[in-house]
Design a protein around this ligand. Structure first.
Ligand code: SF4
Length: 120
């Protein structure tokens, strides 16, 4: 199988052409450094993303608070994390970096506030 990817490990953004089978990477072309091959393997077999979404906030001049996962999590959990966050309401004040959901969905990663919001 073949897949084209853009490596996002650095601002170079190399265009990768990846050849792989069900178990392993066979060849990566277009990478300017070895990290491109590692990126391709992770993206094809264990893709991860930083998840960004919002939660409701009470007692603040805004009604929704932007939140994100502290680290990347398995891409397949992104929608479930967004769903979990949609059920949360926090009370102001909140500081950027405050934990909103600890160990979200058992990933070992916290969902944290992306910005500070003062009380209304
Ligand atoms: S392959 Fe290397 S040089 Fe190219 S974008 Fe990835 S990290 Fe940067």
């Amino acid at each position: 199988m073949k897949k084209e990817l853009i490596c996002i490990n650095c601002p170079m953004g190399c265009s990768l052409e990846v050849t792989y089978d069900a178990e392993k990477i066979i060849e990566v072309k277009g990478n300017d450094c070895a990290r491109g091959k590692d990126y391709a393997a992770k993206e094809i077999f264990h893709p991860e993303r930083i998840v960004t979404t919002t939660v409701c906030v009470k007692g603040a001049p805004i009604v929704v608070l932007p939140v994100k996962t502290e680290k990347s999590v398995p891409k397949g959990l992104a929608f479930k994390i967004v769903q979990a966050a949609s059920k949360i309401t926090v009370n102001a004040p909140v500081k950027a970096g405050d934990v909103i959901i600890r160990n979200v969905l058992g990933t070992g990663v916290n969902l944290i506030a992306s910005r500070t919001v003062e009380r209304d």
